[in-house]
Design a protein around this ligand. Structure first.
Ligand SMILES: Nc1ncnc2c1ncn2[C@@H]1O[C@H](COP(=O)(O)OP(=O)(O)OP(=O)(O)O)[C@@H](O)[C@H]1O
Ligand SMILES: [Mg+2]
Length: 237
């Protein structure tokens, strides 16, 4: 379970202060598929970075299975990032000089998985995302949707219980985006906890929980109907 308590993130650049997350408290159960919906600049990426241990909160707690990751030392936090969470980004984030197979093997290298095992597992993961035939291909030889599928395999390399995705369909056409979301749904059904930030209201129907973020404040939305209304007023603004 993920328990967030009074989470605050303030960015300071000289005189200017931006409050990106304002006193957020919420719980996410194991095995949920959470959609984090909100306009540009509302704090989605910041929130995911705090959950993923990429950034540290200014105040508050991020308790994951009883452990407050805000209190971890640098070494423990690195370990958390490598083993406990997988991250999928908008721009696919593959290493351009490595082929698909090597990209998927890389996170396993960081935690010293034996080479043979790295390869076996990477092949298995590429099969799972339907990319085994492209194992030897480099990122620039694949389409956006294909790169994103490989990026999901990379995020799953060390079998983390939590997957975080930051607008994973933002660069994809509607149909390819939907395929990626269905892939996340299958992973959720296999027991992973998934949190996806998106602008795309159509993805909300796949969620077990919908969170609306606006100006750093997060509220839970009960239904897609409620979301559609909010989405509409947002478009009108
Ligand atoms: N490193 C930083 N330094 C200063 N301000 C920042 C920094 N990163 C983000 N911000 C600010 O924090 C707020 C939230 O940004 P964030 O990137 O989390 O929004 P977002 O919801 O992901 O937006 P988008 O949909 O455009 O990706 C914004 O006002 C942004 O300008
Ligand atoms: Mg963002």
């Amino acid at each position: 379970m993920i328990e967030i308590e009074n989470l605050i993130k303030v960015y300071r650049r000289g005189e200017i202060e931006v409050i990106a997350i304002r006193d957020v408290s919420l719980k996410i159960e194991e095995g949920e598929m959470v959609m984090l919906l909100g306009p540009s600049g509302s704090g989605k990426t910041t929130f995911l970075h705090l959950l993923g241990g990429i950034d540290r909160p200014t105040a508050g707690k991020v308790v994951i299975n009883g452990k407050n990751i805000a209190m971890l030392g640098d070494k423990e936090l690195t370990d958390y990032r490598r083993r406990d969470v997988g991250m999928v980004f908008q721009f696919f984030n593959l290493v351009p000089t490595l082929n698909a197979l090597e990209n998927v093997m890389l996170p396993m290298q960081f935690i010293s998985v034996p080479k043979r095992e790295q390869k076996e597992r990477a092949i298995e993961l590429l099969k799972m995302v339907g990319m085994e035939k492209r194992a030897k291909h480099y990122p620039d030889e694949m389409s956006g949707g294909e790169q994103q599928r490989v990026a999901i395999a990379v995020a799953l390399a060390n079998d983390p219980p939590i997957l975080l995705a930051d607008e994973p369909t933002g660069e994809l056409d509607t149909e390819t985006g939907l395929e990626i979301i269905k892939m996340f749904k299958k992973l959720q059904e296999s027991g992973k906890t998934i949190i996806i930030a998106t602008h795309d209201l159509r993805l909300a129907e796949y969620a077990t929980k919908i969170l609306r973020i606006e100006d750093g404040k997060i509220a839970e939305s009960k239904s897609i109907g409620e979301i559609s209304k909010l989405g509409h007023s947002e478009n009108v603004k």
